[in-house]
Design a protein around this ligand. Structure first.
Ligand code: ATP
Length: 297
């Protein structure tokens, strides 16, 4: 099935520089089937460079499947995905990571026995120019200088996420909230242009959630990273996202600014579980509609 391009994102199939500047990622008519299960059905959307874009929907709606189609963990059964104007549908996760797609996972994926610092450094190996051949010439080839530069950048990330006090601690000994932060640090260390955050606030208390929300906004605004986030906490999603896409049973039912999505009757029915009477009275209630974040040009 071929999905029509989604306004206002012109399709990048022709790899034109103009579209590359506007749209960093596009999915066209993506279908994903696992035997008889239709995890995704004809999903098309575009993500603009510099945007904080969230994917929401009830359990089993296809959110993780979609993120896996972006990262390359899953290959669509049908349809195409484009990153920076390139068709990446057939590319492996490693190849996509090298092109600039980074991610965190729904469940923590840290090396529990390693220090925080080493966990973060692991993420940067593919950025090192020197390898096991040039390594022995450590002082001659610039390998030392390169390693120092890497360490400096990692220290900046550690400062940014305020985890200096645990940089030498073993990751497995940290609280859940801190481990989530270290995982984010490791993903940022890859210097991705687009970062996929799978439930970054799951299992956190209110204070940890507020901190994480602030880091994500700063990551987006100060580091200039395009962020794609799956998150169940609707309050946070609506507060910090530029745009939101809603999936239900593997189909896209809405896409737009948070206030538009919240006011959409299909979303209220499907996701918030409202019936038609409630819908009329609740639509666009000021109490539920946060002030919009400035749109990405
Ligand atoms: N590897 C897989 N094998 C078989 N079925 C799968 C696989 N991955 C996902 N599915 C199915 O695809 C559908 C969508 O699942 P997915 O995990 O993408 O939803 P989700 O919106 O992320 O759910 P949740 O919020 O519970 O994490 C579900 O019916 C799920 O059981």
């Amino acid at each position: 099935m071929s999905g029509a391009p989604v306004a206002p994102h012109p399709g990048p199939a022709q790899n034109s520089p103009a579209t590359q500047a506007e749209t960093i990622f596009e999915a066209r008519g993506v279908n994903l089937r696992f035997g008889g299960v239709h995890a995704l059905t004809d999903v098309s959307f575009g993500i603009r460079k510099g945007e904080l874009f969230s994917i929401i929907g009830p359990n089993g709606a296809g959110k993780t499947s979609m993120v896996n189609c972006i990262s390359g963990r899953y290959r669509p059964t049908d349809g195409r995905v484009y990153f920076k104007g390139r068709d990446v549908t057939g590319m492996t996760p490693n190849h996509r990571a090298a092109l600039g797609i980074g991610r965190t996972f729904q469940n923590l994926a840290l090396f529990g026995h390693m220090t925080v610092l080493d966990n973060i450094m692991v993420g940067r190996h593919h950025l090192l120019k020197n390898n096991f051949l040039t390594g022995p010439l450590y002082w001659l080839t610039g390998a030392r200088k390169e390693e120092l530069a890497h360490r400096r950048e990692v220290e900046e990330i550690i400062d940014f996420l305020e985890i200096q006090h645990v940089r030498k601690a073993t990751a497995g000994t940290l609280s859940y909230g801190l481990r989530k932060r270290v995982e984010l640090a490791r993903a940022i260390a890859l210097k991705p242009d687009l970062i996929l955050l799978d439930e970054p606030m799951a299992g956190m208390n209110l204070e940890e959630k507020e901190d994480m929300a602030r880091y994500i906004v700063d990551l987006n605004e100060e580091f200039g990273m395009t962020v794609v986030m799956i998150e169940h906490d609707m309050g946070v999603v609506m507060d910090i996202s530029h745009r939101v896409m809603v999936l239900e049973f593997g189909k896209k039912i809405a896409e737009g600014r948070p206030e538009e999505v919240l006011a959409d009757p299909r979303v209220r029915r499907a996701y918030l579980g409202e019936d038609d009477d409630e819908e009329a009275s609740a639509t666009a209630s000021p109490a539920t509609v946060p002030p919009p974040r400035k749109e990405v040009a």
